[in-house]
Design a protein around this ligand. Structure first.
Ligand SMILES: [Zn+2]
Length: 122
């Protein structure tokens, strides 16, 4: 793995609002001496929001990670559509992940390395 990068697992999803294809982060593959361990988005969302630059994410087809309001959960750090910024709820993304895993895909199939750093300073 390159220095100053993090492996995010981001699955493609069709936005319910604009119909465009966007990607939502369902978790990260965190390095361990024994390999990598998957950590769910909700566990790491606030840390991700602090280190992932929206412009870097955009290149990967991923919307900004930031607080958005959902009808069911209120304000929380969430994924959004890269085109229109509609919230991509953690629960629907999680369901979508289980769907693609049941189709035979693996987490690594959706992993991509993104550069990290303080978004305010890039
Ligand atoms: Zn959209």
């Amino acid at each position: 793995m390159l220095p100053n990068t993090i492996q995010v697992v981001a699955i493609p999803e069709r936005c319910y609002r604009c119909g465009g294809v966007t990607r939502g982060i369902v978790g990260v593959l965190a390095p361990r001496s024994t390999g990598t361990v998957f950590r769910e988005f909700d566990e790491v969302a606030e840390s991700l929001a602090n280190v992932l630059n929206p412009e870097v994410l955009r290149v990967g087809g991923i919307g900004p990670i930031k607080p958005r309001r959902s009808r069911t959960r209120g304000l929380y750090v969430s994924n959004g559509c890269v085109h229109c910024d509609a919230i991509l709820g953690s629960f629907p993304l999680w369901e979508r992940l289980n769907e693609v895993l049941s189709e035979g895909f693996q987490l690594h199939d959706f992993a991509l390395s993104v550069r990290i750093g303080d978004p305010a300073r890039q």
